[in-house]
Write a protein that binds this ligand. Structure first.
Ligand code: XMP
Length: 517
């Protein structure tokens, strides 16, 4: 692999993704990694990320300088560039010339890293300190008005660095630069793709599971659907999937799982109909946190019961209990919870959480090394229907937290209709790539006066919450074209009885969250 060393930058995951986009498998490692640990992973290359600190600050994230002696081709970015400079005898100074945002850079190089690029280009900068002198043996490749040493190279030792951020889209030719480092400078072939991930995972799952039985909870979302499909490809009917219909799903979601998904994969699926159970549990509740807790609790109860039934059935059949649980854990989940090992006691896993103490499973997590867009590519490769693979992130508590006010069956039906219209129109307008997700919210406790036909109406507003985001931690409201908004508004007020107004949420996150509850 290529190791991306994380110096605490929000960009480290983005770098890892860009490396994979260049067809090279990458993993994130902490900056505290030692030379021996790096050597043990036998990497084809290293990329050092940016970071929020100054190299001279007390407590600035350190880096084992012996790593530069391993002979591994290394590319430093921003803070990583400065770490490389100081470790190898160069100099970093507080020049006072801070550069933030788009910056013009002059390329003065014929070499492998930047030689094929325009001599003048715009790049994204974000730094206070600058490299004032390159280490001995390094050639200066580029400069900006405020930064005389904006890029350097030592071809012999295969050590390279740039002050700017090639991983962000605002850096023209940024991806070309990474590709040059990976393919040309480090000589790593770009042959990593979703096809070989599937083959690799299938073999790994077969080795892990053997003839054991496996269970998987399907949420209707992308991650669990793709995880189950890979496991099914690996072990066939040793896998049973459980899908809980809690009545808070979007239109057609249950059918998509029960018919389209099963048809595409052939998995054995057990659906638990828990609509009434959830309806009763949520009756009269309006507080968002209380709703979330009730939904979480009822979900776990239902899932547990289905599990217990399946385990009992399996014991009766052949005395062989279900030993494995599939989870659609993604790489960002792993990183956010601070790493972790392949198998864990199920209790400690927040995405299932709260299972009985005596119920311990070995986890099967085929997506642990992947990002969402990669998971989607694999789903497509496995032949899963686009309605499942291409869908927006959808919260576990479902439409229950998109009705501000009490959740009732009538309100859910109404919201489902409005939501279906929004999704259809966004897809029709080709906007699915541009938006991260677009929650549709019913303000059930608000009413306003309207006029329709010849009569007065007194109906509820629907809120559109289209957002753009990289990872849902922060988000901006998406500037949807007016004609698309007009069409959505028209259709909702005409087709959804009880709604007489459509409003647009123009709040970023922070201060708003993506969901309303
Ligand atoms: P917020 O509203 O916190 O949402 O900005 C961030 C992202 O998380 C999703 N979300 C959830 N996902 N269970 C989930 O699986 C939840 O309880 C939950 N709440 C919010 C939300 O849709 C957005 O993508």
């Amino acid at each position: 692999p290529v190791l991306v060393v994380d110096f605490g930058a929000q960009y480290a995951q983005l770098i890892a993704r860009r490396v994979r986009e260049a067809g090279v498998y990458s993993e994130l490692v902490p900056h505290s990694i030692t030379a021996a640990e790096v050597a043990a992973k036998n990497p084809a290359g290293l990329v050092l990320s940016g970071g929020p600190s100054s190299v001279y600050e007390e407590g600035a994230p350190g880096f084992d300088p012996a790593i530069f002696e391993l002979g591994v081709p290394t590319f430093g970015i921003c803070y990583g560039f400065q770490v490389m400079a100081t470790a190898l005898g160069g100099e970093v100074a507080k020049t006072g010339a801070r550069e933030y945002g788009s910056t013009a850079v002059a390329i003065e190089d014929e070499g492998v890293l930047l030689g094929d690029q325009p001599a003048a280009q715009t790049v994204w900068m974000s730094h206070g300190d600058s490299v004032s002198r390159a280490p001995e043996g390094f050639e200066v490749l580029a400069s900006t008005e405020g930064t005389p040493v904006a890029a350097f190279a030592n071809d012999e030792r295969k050590l390279y660095g740039v002050q700017w951020h090639p991983e962000v889209k605002h850096s023209e030719y940024g991806q070309d630069l990474l590709v040059n480092f990976l393919h040309k400078a480090a000589g790593i072939p770009g042959d990593w793709n979703s096809g070989n991930v599937i083959a690799e995972q299938v073999a790994k799952i077969q080795a892990q599971v053997g003839t054991g039985k496996v269970i998987c909870g399907l949420s209707g979302g992308v991650d669990s659907a793709v995880a189950a499909a890979i496991v099914h490809k690996a072990v066939g009917d040793q896998l049973v999937c459980v899908f809980v219909d809690h009545g808070l799903l979007r239109q057609d979601e249950r059918r998509q799982v029960e018919e389209d998904y099963v048809k595409a994969t052939g998995v054995r699926l057990v659906t638990i109909d828990a609509v009434e159970q959830f309806e009763t549990a949520l009756a009269g509740v309006t507080d968002p946190e209380t709703k979330r807790k009730i939904i979480g609790r009822e979900f776990i109860r239902t899932f547990e019961k289905a599990q217990a039934d399946l385990i009992a059935e399996s014991r009766e059949q052949d005395g062989d209990p279900i030993r494995f649980l599939v989870q659609g854990t993604l790489y960002p989940d792993v990183v956010e919870s601070g790493g972790g090992t392949g198998t864990a006691n199920i209790k400690s896993h927040h995405n299932v959480g709260g299972l009985p103490e005596d119920l311990t499973f070995e986890l099967v997590e085929p997506l642990r090394a992947l990002f969402k867009d990669e998971v989607r590519a694999i789903g497509r490769e496995l032949g899963l229907p686009e309605v499942i693979v291409g869908r927006q992130p959808f919260p576990g508590p479902g439409l229950g937290i998109r009705i501000v006010g009490e959740v009732t069956r009538e309100r859910l039906d109404l919201l489902r209709k409005a939501d279906a219209i929004v999704r259809a129109e966004l897809t029709e307008a080709g906007l699915d790539q541009e938006i991260w997700q677009c929650p549709v919210v019913l303000l059930a406790d608000v009413r306003s006066v309207g006029v329709q036909g010849d009569g007065r109406t007194y109906g509820h507003p629907i809120v559109l919450r289209p957002v753009s985001s990289e990872d849902a931690m922060t988000a901006d409201w998406t500037r949807l074209p007016y004609d698309v908004l007009a069409k959505i508004s028209n259709r909702i007020t005409n087709e959804v009885e009880g709604v007489n107004r459509v409003v647009l949420d123009v709040t970023s996150k922070p201060p708003g969250t993506i969901e309303w509850e």
